[in-house]
Design a protein around this ligand. Structure first.
Ligand code: HEM
Length: 401
């Protein structure tokens, strides 16, 4: 890809903003993105980084483009060159009628009663991890808790040994924040090598797990092929690990910084589901890429067919034109979760939202019930990394034993 600025991009809208490394993201991912909040134009800027692409900067534009699946395809997957062609995720990279049939099958696997059935084991794991940590008086929340829970959930969903946690977690991180040590083909092959025997076995003999339930759903009256089942499993793996780990981290960081919110939820655990929804709005860490299939006018600008546009959830959920005092966490906010973009908008809105919400609520209930008041350890750095999912890399917590 060339870094030349296309003729249809007004020069005053050109910035040098690397979504994998925005300035200051290592300490505050959200503030780093908010540096673009006041960039003008019609809610779009063009960055020369990562091959050159648009970034939507105004909340209303982020949301409108996200929901416009007819003109903006998700085939490109991400601004990382070659990633989309290599991963071919189902249903994330599909469009139109094809997407609809595959998504319908995937949705069946994530039905509400299946999520309810998983809840007890997620709570049990959370309690087990907490019981081990509590005596220490300190932890790094990311490796000690946030990164463990979602991998465990994924492994139990496809019914494979939970001892495989150590293999999967680094692969999930490579997709959302590649560190250059693995090429995209190498990454896909590593994931496929892991998943292949399980997928082939479930296709031959379906079990009672989520993966089996999905591939038991016919697509337009025919069975899934092995290739399609692999692409779908890849999608679920990559979509459900880092996103949940990132969310758990951001929420723990918020509570560590706000002892009054800890106290409120400890004293009123019935507020936890509404608090989870508000915290998930306040800390959106997923952003997506789209490739225009036709020209898309935005105010006086045009996203030309073939251009890539990047849609950061942060710049929608934290835009004061879209949410009142958006940076304030308000458990009484009358929030319609469909209105924020933490889980996307429109045809591709997250199919795992019910599962993610359950994991967050289970964490909050178990953690607040068992842990004494906790705070960020001022002696150790809290660090973050940006990418398609922005995440804390270290969140040192302390509490009295
Ligand atoms: C807090 C955690 C999560 C967040 C923030 C999140 C966020 C998102 C977002 C923003 C999208 C839209 C992508 C797009 O428009 O291109 C999405 C789609 C998706 N998510 Fe999630 N997600 C989370 C958890 C999960 C979990 C736990 C799973 C499954 C295990 C999952 C599976 C999926 C799938 C399969 C899609 C693609 C849907 C489609 O294309 O129709 N997600 N997610």
């Amino acid at each position: 890809m060339s870094n030349a600025i296309p003729a249809h991009v007004p020069p005053e809208l050109v910035v040098d903003f690397d979504i994998f490394n925005p300035p200051g993201a290592d300490t505050d991912y959200f503030a780093a993105w908010q540096t673009l909040q006041h960039a003008d134009g019609d809610g779009l800027v063009w960055t020369t980084a990562n091959g050159g692409h648009w970034i939507a900067t105004r909340g209303a534009v982020v949301r409108a483009l996200w929901a416009d699946a007819a003109r903006l395809s998700s085939e490109v997957l991400a601004v990382t060159p070659g990633l989309g062609e290599t991963m071919r995720l189902i249903p994330l990279q599909q469009d139109g009628a094809e997407h609809k049939s595959f998504r319908a099958a995937v949705m069946k696997g994530f039905g509400g009663r299946h999520i309810v059935a998983l809840e007890a084991s997620v709570t049990a794991l959370a309690e087990e991890l907490i019981a081990d940590l509590i005596r220490r008086g300190t932890c790094d929340f990311m490796p000690d808790f946030a990164e463990i829970l979602p991998v465990h959930v994924f492994l139990s969903m496809i019914d494979v040994p939970v001892t495989d946690r150590a293999i999967l977690r680094p692969l999930g991180a490579q997709l959302t924040r590649p560190d250059g040590t693995m090429g995209v083909v190498e990454l896909r092959d590593a994931v496929d090598a892991y998943l292949h025997p399980y997928i082939a076995a479930r296709l031959a003999q379906p079990g009672d797990d989520l993966l089996s339930r999905i591939i038991a759903e016919p697509i337009e009256g025919r069975a899934w092929t092995l290739d399609e089942a692999m692409r779908m499993a890849r999608n679920i793996l990559f979509a459900g690990l880092d996103t949940v780990a990132a969310m758990l981290g951001m929420i723990a960081m918020h509570l560590a910084r706000h002892p009054e919110d800890q106290q409120l939820l400890r004293e009123n655990p019935t507020l936890i589901p509404a608090a989870a929804d508000e915290l998930m709005r306040r800390y959106p860490s997923a952003s997506v890429s789209r490739n225009a299939v036709v020209d898309v006018p935005v105010g006086s600008l045009t996203i030309r067919a073939g251009d890539i546009v990047y849609l950061p959830g942060v710049l929608h959920n934290l835009d004061p034109a879209c949410f009142d005092t958006p940076e304030r966490v308000d458990f009484d906010r009358k929030l319609n979760p469909i209105h924020h973009t933490t889980f996307g908008a429109g045809a591709h809105r997250c199919v795992g939202v019910g599962l993610a919400r359950m994991e967050v609520i289970a964490f909050l209930r178990a953690w607040l019930a068992a842990m004494p008041p906790f705070a960020i350890d001022p002696a150790r750095p809290t660090t973050m990394r940006a990418g398609n999912v922005g995440i804390l890399t270290s969140l040192p917590l302390v509490w009295q034993v």
